[in-house]
Design a protein around this ligand. Structure first.
Ligand SMILES: Cc1ncc(COP(=O)(O)O)c(C=O)c1O
Length: 379
């Protein structure tokens, strides 16, 4: 039987105790039992978001939380800044355009992160900008943005700071309250180690004020409905019942480890993977100054087709990594560290990458990547 190890930046490996909960018979959502689960889930999410703000639970993939964070705060004709620099930054622009928002795009070179000074200048020159949309971990490039620095700049203005933390929540530090982050969109199938199907949005008082004045042009993604329902520990529509219940187990596991320890754990996995890549003679796609601990994007040698490499690992050895997207198709391989993964999973992945590179004709010393990763784990 072939293994199925997910080293992908979503969905991620689901721990056995969560799988057990997912296997339980369904209960009805308009019941005191489900209300208890929902209450526990929302409280636990506040711990992971590091916030006292409301957190709303939506049945959708992560993009639903992003969509809700556009249409619920802004009205057609409003102005916003979107920070690009990868596929998911581009999604903010596409969503804003879909809702008739006038968008100023900050085009960041892929592999780099946005300079807060650029955002400050734009906000100083355009006082009517209502929101700035950024990505915590740009999964297509392996970059993590400096949200703390952006928060410092944006809190001095009337604009709200909205962060896509679909990738990165629970993996990379994101201090929503301390860093003045007004809204965070996230999802179940990355750092929270659940199947896809549930999304979350946290909303600050500043964002809530904007929400009240927004002529939201969506029905399902109107956060006002989620706020009203949450006041009665409810959801406006049928929630993804099984995943919300399993979320309570995921949050229990996260609290047991402690969020700060988890950040250190993922950093260790990332450092070992980066060391392995370098030992194999491969460079990293993201700039050192903003490199992510949630995933590592490795440049594939010119002589190797990155798409074929990923397929070889998945179809022959049962280890799934992600290839490149858009202009990076075939050029990078992305190894995730988030989810239920440990150092042995990383070593397995690195060994498999070595095997596949070797079979693809790339010349290097077999075992050098694994040895360098081991050295990091032993340090
Ligand atoms: C940073 C980021 N934002 C948004 C999304 C979109 O999430 P979903 O595919 O769950 O809609 C992803 C998914 O990979 C992501 O990594």
């Amino acid at each position: 039987m072939k293994r199925n190890l997910l080293l992908t930046p979503g969905p991620t490996q689901v721990p056995p105790s969560i799988c057990e909960v997912l296997g339980k018979p369904i209960i009805h959502h308009r019941t005191p039992q489900f209300q208890d689960y929902l209450k526990e889930a929302v409280e636990g999410l506040k711990y992971v978001f590091q916030t006292k703000n409301d957190v709303y639970v939506i049945a959708s993939s992560g993009t639903g939380a992003m969509e809700a964070s556009v249409c619920s705060f802004l009205s057609p004709g409003d102005k916003a800044i979107t920070v690009e620099g990868g596929k998911f930054g581009e999604r903010w622009t596409e969503l804003c355009e879909a809702y008739g928002i006038e968008t100023t795009v900050v085009d960041v070179e892929w592999g780099h992160s946005v300079d807060p000074v650029v955002i400050k200048k734009l906000l100083d020159e355009n006082k009517d900008i209502k929101a700035v949309y950024v990505t915590l971990t740009e999964t297509s490039t392996g970059v993590t943005a400096d949200i703390e620095a952006l928060g410092k700049v944006i809190k001095e203005t009337d604009a709200i700071l909205v962060v896509d933390a679909v990738s990165g929540l629970g993996v990379t530090d994101l201090q929503v309250d301390n860093w003045s982050v007004d809204a965070v969109a996230s999802g179940s199938h990355k750092g929270l180690m659940l199947p896809p199907g549930v999304a979350f949005v946290s909303v600050s008082d500043k964002a809530a004020a904007l929400m009240e004045s927004s002529k939201c042009s969506s029905y399902y993604f109107d956060l006002k409905k989620y706020k009203k329902a949450a006041e009665k520990t409810d959801t406006p529509f049928t929630p993804a019942i099984g995943i919300v219940i399993a979320l309570t187990e995921s949050l229990r596991l996260i609290k047991e480890d402690g969020i700060e320890n988890l950040f250190k754990h993922y950093e260790r996995l990332a450092k070992a993977t980066r060391a392995a890549a370098k030992a194999l003679g491969l460079s990293l796609f993201a700039d050192d100054s903003c490199i992510s601990n949630a995933l590592t994007a490795i440049n594939v040698p010119d002589s190797v087709d990155g798409g074929k490499l990923v397929k070889l690992m998945r179809d022959t050895y049962g280890i799934t990594m992600a290839g490149g997207q858009a202009q990076l198709k075939g050029k990078i391989v992305r190894i995730a560290h988030m989810g239920c993964l440990d150092e042995y999973d990383m070593l397995t992945g690195i060994a498999c990458l070595e095997k596949a590179l070797n079979e693809s004709g790339y010349d290097f010393t077999l075992g050098s990547g694994v040895a360098s990763a081991q050295a990091v784990f032993n340090s």
